[in-house]
Write a protein that binds this ligand. Structure first.
Ligand SMILES: [Zn+2]
Length: 113
């Protein structure tokens, strides 16, 4: 399952930071999710709850924000935000575009205590 693997990676990144900062637990995990990543936040939250049991991240709140797809136009070179399922350059109307972002996820911030 996609979300399990991501939750695991989040914890692998987040848990060492807690120790590094001399904190005891994570209160909140803020992440950005690309809309093209296919990650379902409620599944991810469930996965995190399962995996964080007994760790410093137990009970942490997951705050997810969405990142729209980023596209680059090969015809005019414009960088813009794409809409899901509609990939044309909003500047020149060309369909020769490349997707340059919005398919991954990243941790933005951790609230620790
Ligand atoms: Zn263009």
């Amino acid at each position: 399952m996609h979300e399990m693997a991501i939750a695991e990676q989040i914890l692998r990144t987040a848990l060492p930071l807690v120790r590094e900062h001399g904190a005891e637990k994570i209160l909140e995990i803020r992440i950005s999710i690309g809309v093209l990543s296919g990650v379902v936040p409620s599944y991810l939250e469930h996965a995190l709850t399962e995996l964080s049991r007994g760790t410093a991240a137990q009970g942490a709140r997951l705050v997810a924000s969405y990142v729209p797809p980023q596209i680059r136009c090969d015809a005019c070179g414009a960088h813009s935000e794409g809409k899901r399922g509609l990939y044309v350059c909003p500047v020149c109307g060309s369909e020769k575009i490349r997707i340059t972002g919005g398919s991954g996820y990243k941790i933005d911030d951790l609230l620790v205590e």
